[in-house]
Structures are given as structure tokens and as C-alpha cells.
Design a protein around this ligand. Sequence first.
Ligand SMILES: Nc1ncnc2c1ncn2[C@@H]1O[C@H](COP(=O)(O)OP(=O)(O)OP(=O)(O)O)[C@@H](O)[C@H]1O
Ligand SMILES: [Mg+2]
Length: 278
Amino acid sequence: MGLRKKKQRKATGTDELQASRPATVAGEDWAVELRGVRRQYGRGSGAVHALRGMDLALPRGSFTAVMGPSGSGKSTFLQCAAGLDRPTDGTVRLGGTEITGMSENKLTALRRTRLGFVFQAFNLLPSLTVEQNVLLPMRLAGHRPDRRAAAEMLSRVGLGDKGRRRPGQLSGGQQQRVAIARALVTSPDVVFADEPTGALDTTTATEILGLLRSAVDNMGATVVMVTHDPAAAAWADRTLFLADGSIADRLERASAARIAERMTALTAAPAAYAGVAA
Ligand SMILES: Nc1ncnc2c1ncn2[C@@H]1O[C@H](COP(=O)(O)OP(=O)(O)OP(=O)(O)O)[C@@H](O)[C@H]1O
Ligand SMILES: [Mg+2]
């Protein structure tokens, strides 16, 4: 699956984010693909259009940051892309599999076997050891727990000697490392991260971002990360800017300063940007 597969194409030019591509091109190998995805809450005059028609395709082995003002649709996008929420319209494909219209059971199985999640609040189970937390996705998916894989992943994130500890005995940064090991251990098609550094100090955040970057560069992982922090986004291959439920802009391989500048412009004049690249 995606993660072990080496990058097939380097994330470089603009071709991998085909905002206006009308349909799937045969043979393309996208990790995440959204076509005409709308998500509406409620109906009639009180309806909220959280996503207004998103089109994007992210290649395997790439690192994408998602930024945007509060309420712009970042979490809704992540939830729809990860099969945790259903779009009102449009299609979502993960690793080439269309998930729109899948039964809840199938979706749950797909999430357990092919996706990894990292949250701001770590979401580790306090009563399990670090090793058991990392083994959890395999257990949930009904697979035999692979202790060697867990040990290897824990040493990759620098916690080779902490497998027997409980999460409560670790620092915040160490707990987030465990969450990353847990997200990567099943070699998922995509790792979705929602503010993974939001609860960490700058130094620890840098370590966590370095780990995500290295998962992409050295393991061929695909990472999609929502963040409010331009310095975090600068670790990604590209940054997508959402405004009012659409992709309003994007930057490839930009510095934190450039990303911050673009965010300021977006926040100051959202109307001028809305729909630019969507
Ligand atoms: N369950 C819901 N019911 C109604 N409206 C919702 C619901 N969830 C989200 N919304 C609305 O959809 C829009 C997008 O919300 P979303 O949570 O995706 O924003 P966000 O970009 O993640 O914001 P933040 O940075 O504050 O987390 C907002 O206007 C929000 O109020
Ligand atoms: Mg949010």
C-alpha cells in the first residue's frame, strides 16, 4: 500500500494539484482525490455551505498543509477526505478507491487499514502501554499484532526504549511521537493530521514536523495536515488556503514568511481570493 511504496513522482511542479481537472485520468495514482465535493449543513435560508465544490488530487508520497481562517472549512475538508463525514455532493477517492457511498462498516474497515490519524490532543489510550497503543490499529483491524513492526516504528520516532511506559509517563512531544508511530504502523495510504503541533512548544513541534517530513521522504507516506501555524505549513510540499469553503489559493514549497503573508492577505480580504484556484 501507499506508505511502503516509494514515491513514484517527486512533488514538484503544479501538475499534481489539478484544481480544475474535470475527471479522473486513467492510470493516475492519487493518494487523495476530491471531485466537486460540497458539504452543506442544514437547508434553506439557514443552510451553511462548509465546502462549496472542492477539486483536488494529491499524489502519493507528498506532504500537504491546509490553512485558512476559522470557519473556512478545514476540519470539514479533512473529515470528508478521511471518510469520517459524508459530502452532500461529489466524490472522494483514497488510494484509488471511491469511498463515497460506502457502507459504514466498509468505511470503518477502510479507515482502520488504510488511513492513519494524528490529532492535536494525541488521543492515546491512557490504560495501555505505549507499545499497546501502537499495536491498537492492527488489533482493531483484526490483524495479528506485529510487535516487531511496532518496535521498529517506535525506534523510528526515537522512543525505542519507551514501549512499556504508559502515555501519562511521557511528555507531550513524546506522546505525539507515539501517535505518529501508531498512525504509520499499518503503512496507510494517507495520514491525516489535525493540528498535530497545536498543543506543543516550538522546539517539540519542530521535532514532530521533522518526523512527518521524514515519513514522507523516507517511507513514501502521504500526509495531509491542517494547521494554523505558517512555520508548520512550511514543512509541507504545498499549502492549500481555504476561504469560505473553497480552495482560494495555494503555494508550493514556500517559506513560513511567505505563507504568513498569504494568510494575512486572505484574512484581510477573503472576498478578493474566494474561488481563485477552485
Ligand atoms: N455540524 C455542523 N453543523 C452546522 N454547521 C457546521 C457544522 N460543522 C461545521 N459547521 C460550519 O461549517 C463551516 C466550516 O467549519 P469547519 O469546522 O470546517 O471550519 P474550520 O476551518 O475547521 O475552522 P477552525 O479553524 O475554527 O477549526 C463553519 O461555518 C461552521 O460553523
Ligand atoms: Mg477546524
